[in-house]
Design a protein around this ligand. Structure first.
Ligand SMILES: Cc1ncc(COP(=O)(O)O)c(C=O)c1O
Length: 369
């Protein structure tokens, strides 16, 4: 039995509805970080082999979260780095096109736009309203080399049905890349079922980890298509053999990890993900869906204009709204003054509870409106 009250001892005056930005940690993550710090001051890195076991366990947990093999997962710094590894690694030809949505967070736009000097064109597809998936599929043409989408758009919270898009990409020989940062830890995810070639997500949102450690998945069949741009002792096949002068790139995804791992964040994210495994993603997803529905109802009852989809299948954990007659900046400021941690995004105020959020927290936030 997980004691959620003990795991999330947020102060009473803090109404935390900002998991789509940077999430609070569970207590077990704090405990893991404190234990790691204690170990460092007492015995330093004497027990490094045990740290490597934590790293291996984290890789396994991340692999289970997206339903791939552990050797297919690399641990990188953040989503932007992962997307840049892909953008800088592919062998682009002038005239190649990258499709993204018209609502992407800059992390999933700038790495592609930065390829303009190689003749790569970025095309934005409207994903609002009905038929978003078909519009993306219809936009794929001869020149399209890669489709890169956030599974859930950071502003509106629109959740895309990735499988038909991924299937269409695979059939046409187009690469499919998913920024899953607004999904992982919020909703179940299966990289194979959505035909993803790449999945990237930092751990500091719905996975309840620290900033600066991200999952990077690359489908083995396309791994060799990525030319490596970062090199070091860690990304080679014989990584522990420091005296050997010849080297080969590691066969598995560790080839994308050039040097020393972020062991501090590794301990933290491993602890955070253990919570999801204790609970099960089905339970997490259902609990979050109930909370999102509660916010939708409460906001509608207060006359708010909901900018997030009404269809539960189209949402994950984001609820964005605005109040008639009040600028979102002012609404957010009012909420903030009342203790609500939330964000102004997507033309409105974005609320993002998580599976453990108490209903009283949401009701107190709604009452401020
Ligand atoms: C869709 C999306 N991608 C990426 C990021 C963050 O990227 P990074 O992990 O590089 O900081 C965010 C953060 O808000 C996001 O909403």
């Amino acid at each position: 039995m997980v004691d959620l009250k003990a795991e999330f001892p947020l102060q009473d005056e803090v109404l935390y509805l900002n998991h789509a930005a940077v999430a609070p940690w569970p207590r077990r993550t704090r405990d893991a970080v404190v234990a790691f710090a204690d170990q460092n001051i007492r015995v330093g890195a004497r027990d490094y082999p045990a740290w490597l076991e934590v790293e291996a366990r984290l890789r396994q947990r991340l692999a289970r979260l997206i339903q791939v093999a552990p050797g297919e997962v690399a641990l990188l710094k953040n989503t932007s780095e992962g997307l840049s590894v892909i953008a800088q690694g592919l062998d682009w030809q002038p005239g190649d096109r990258v499709l993204i949505s018209d609502q992407e967070f800059p992390s999933n736009r700038i790495p592609w736009q930065a390829l303009a000097d190689r003749g790569v064109e970025v095309v934005e597809v409207d994903v609002s309203g009905e038929g978003a998936e078909q519009r993306v599929i219809d936009a794929i043409d001869e020149g399209t080399r890669l489709v890169s989408l956030s599974s859930v758009q950071y502003g509106s919270g629109i959740r895309l049905d990735l499988a038909p898009i991924g299937r269409a990409c695979r059939e046409r020989g187009v690469l499919f890349c998913v920024d899953a940062i607004q999904s992982l830890g919020a909703v179940a995810f299966d990289a194979g079922a959505c035909f993803a070639d790449f999945v990237v997500a930092d751990g500091h949102k719905w996975m309840l980890g620290p900033e600066g450690l991200a999952l990077f998945y690359c489908r083995p069949a396309v791994r060799d298509q990525l030319t490596l741009r970062q090199f070091g002792w860690h990304m080679i096949a014989a990584a522990g053999d420091y005296t050997r002068k010849d080297w080969q790139v590691a066969a598995d995804a560790t080839r994308f990890e050039c040097g020393s791992p972020n062991m501090l964040a590794t301990h933290a994210l491993d602890a955070s993900l253990s919570l999801f495994e204790d609970l099960g993603m089905d339970r997490v997803e259902a609990a979050l869906a109930d909370r999102v529905a509660h916010l939708h109802q409460g906001l509608a009852a207060r006359g708010a204009e909901l900018l997030s989809p009404a269809d539960p299948a189209r949402r994950a954990g984001i609820v964005t709204f605005r109040l008639p007659g009040e600028a979102p900046t002012d609404t957010r400021a009012r909420l903030h003054a009342g203790g609500v941690v939330c964000a102004e995004r997507g033309g409105g105020v974005r609320l993002s509870p998580h599976f453990y959020t108490d209903y009283s927290v949401m009701d107190r936030a709604l009452a401020l409106l």
